[in-house]
Design a protein around this ligand. Structure first.
Ligand SMILES: Nc1ncnc2c1ncn2[C@@H]1O[C@H](COP(=O)(O)OP(=O)(O)OP(=O)(O)O)[C@@H](O)[C@H]1O
Ligand SMILES: N[C@@H](CCO)C(=O)O
Length: 357
C-alpha cells in the first residue's frame, strides 16, 4: 500500500557567542522532505541504485549543486546509514523524496545539521524502526560530531548539550572515520558492510526558556564557509583566562535570555567570546569590526551580536530596530566587498517533526 509523510527540520544557530559546541537555537526556517513510497509504481528509467528518486524544488538552496544520487546526497546517505545499521540495505522500492530547502548551505545556519537530522528521521520512518528522538540523536552524532546544531534542530528551542564520556570500546565505535560510517557511492554494487551502530545516549541536553520577545536577525554573506575549514583555524589549547571568560558568560547568558524585560546591559557583554570568534576573523572579512559595530547604546533594541555557528552569518538578537541593525552590518560587509541578504527569524520551539502528507 502506498504511504506518504512529511519531515520538517528547523535551521539552527550554534554557539550564541560563548557557548562553542554547547548552545544552539532552532530557527523557524524549515528543511522539508515530502516522502512517498509506492511499491507498485513502475520503476523509473535511470533508477537510483538504492531505490530512491530524489528531487529538490527549483527554489531550494543548493538545488543546482547538491548530488541527487542517494549514496552521495547527505540526507539520503544518512538515511542509508541508519537503514544499514538495522539490516535494511536500501530504500523500499518506489521511494520518492522531494526536498524543499530554504536553509543556505555553508553559512552557519545549520544546513548540515538539518540535513543529518532529516536523514536520520527518513531512515527511521522508511525502515519503520520506531526510534525515539533521543536514539535518533545518537545516529546524528555519529555523523555531525558536535551536538549544538543537531540538538537544536532535533529538539527545537534554545538548548544546551554535551556528549557523555564514552568507554574505550564506545570511543572506538564513535571515532571511526566518517567514510566508514556513511555509505560510499558504490557504483551500484552494495558491499554488504554493516556500519558501526552508535553507542546509546551519547548526547545529553536541556532546553532553556526563551523570552519570546527576542527575535533573531541573520545577516547572511554571499559566500560559503565550510564548518570543517572554520574549525581548522581554532587552537588545540586555550589559556585558563580565556576559558573562564567564556564559562562566566555562558552561565549568565542562558538565564539572561529568559528574563523579562531582556536586559541589554547583561546580554550584550554575556555574548562575548574568546574561544572561536577571534580566530575566525581570518576567514570572515571585517569580522572583528562588524561584531563591535552595533551596540545597545548606538542601536536601541539590540541585545547582543555574535557569529552564527561556524559563520559567516552574523546573528544579532534584538527586540526592535531590526532594519537599522541589519543595514549597519550589511554596510560594513560591503566595505569588504561582501554582499549580504538578511532575515528576521523566530525561534522554532518544537524541533523536527514527521507528519502525514
Ligand atoms: N539540504 C541539503 N541537502 C544536501 N546536502 C546538504 C544540505 N544541507 C547541507 N548539505 C551539505 O552540508 C554542507 C554544508 O555543511 P557545513 O557544516 O559546512 O555548513 P552549515 O551546516 O551550513 O553551517 P554550520 O554548521 O556552521 O551551521 C553543504 O555544502 C552540503 O554538502
Ligand atoms: N559549534 C560549531 C557549530 C558549527 O557547526 C562550530 O562553531 O564549529
Amino acid at each position: 500500500m502506498a504511504r506518504g509523510f512529511k519531515i520538517s527540520v528547523p535551521a539552527s544557530s550554534a554557539n550564541i557567542g560563548p557557548g562553542y559546541d554547547v548552545l544552539g537555537i532552532g530557527l523557524a526556517l524549515y528543511l522539508e522532505l515530502d516522502v512517498t513510497i509506492d511499491s507498485k509504481a513502475a520503476p523509473e528509467t535511470n533508477s537510483d541504485p538504492n531505490n530512491c528518486k530524489l528531487t529538490y524544488s527549483e527554489d531550494s538552496e543548493g538545488a543546482t549543486t547538491v548530488p541527487l544520487r542517494s549514496d552521495e546526497n547527505l540526507i539520503t546517505r544518512t538515511a542509508l546509514y541508519v537503514l544499514r545499521c538495522n539490516n535494511v540495505r536500501s530504500f523500499p522500492s518506489g521511494t520518492k523524496v522531494h526536498v524543499h530547502n530554504p536553509i543556505p548551505l555553508g553559512r552557519g545556519l545549520g544546513s548540515s545539521g538539518a540535513a543529518v537530522v532529516a536523514g536520520v528521521m527518513l531512515g527511521n520512518e522508511v525502515g519503520q524502526l520506531g526510534f525515539s528522538k533521543q536514539r535518533m540523536l545518537d545516529y546524528c552524532l555519529m555523523i555531525e560530531r558536535h551536538p549544538d546544531n543537531i540538538t537544536a534542530a532535533m529538539m527545537g528551542g534554545f538548548a544546551g548539550s554535551f556528549l557523555r564520556e564514552l568507554t574505550p570500546a564506545e570511543v572506538e565505535r564513535r571515532e571511526i572515520p566518517l567514510s566508514e560510517v556513511l555509505p560510499e557511492p558504490s557504483g551500484g554494487d552494495d558491499t554488504g558492510l554493516v556500519p558501526p551502530l552508535p553507542p546509546t545516549d551519547i548526547g545529553h541536553h536541556v532546553k532553556y526558556q526563551w523570552n519570546h520577545k527576542i527575535k533573531c536577525i541573520a545577516i547572511i554573506p554571499d559566500f560559503e564557509l565550510s564548518t570543517a575549514d572554520s574549525r581548522g583555524v581554532l587552537p588545540k589549547a586555550y589559556t585558563s583566562t580565556d576559558l573562564v571568560f567564556n564559562l562566566q558568560r555562558l552561565a549568565v547568558l542562558t538565564t539572561a535570555l529568559t528574563q523579562d524585560p531582556p536586559d541589554p546591559n547583561l546580554i550584550y557583554p554575556a555574548m562575548q567570546d574568546r574561544v572561536h570568534q577571534p580566530y575566525r576573523k581570518t576567514l570572515i572579512p571585517g569580522l572583528t569590526e562588524i561584531l563591535s559595530s552595533v551596540t545597545p547604546s548606538t542601536y536601541p533594541g539590540l541585545l547582543g551580536i555574535c557569529l552564527s555557528g561556524a559563520g559567516p552569518t552574523i546573528l544579532a538578537l534584538a527586540v526592535d530596530n531590526f532594519d537599522d541593525i541589519a543595514q549597519e552590518i550589511i554596510n560594513r560587509f560591503a566595505k569588504k566587498n561582501v554582499t549580504c541578504r538578511w532575515k528576521v527569524i523566530e525561534l522554532a520551539y518544537n524541533g523536527a517533526e514527521v507528519n502525514p502528507l
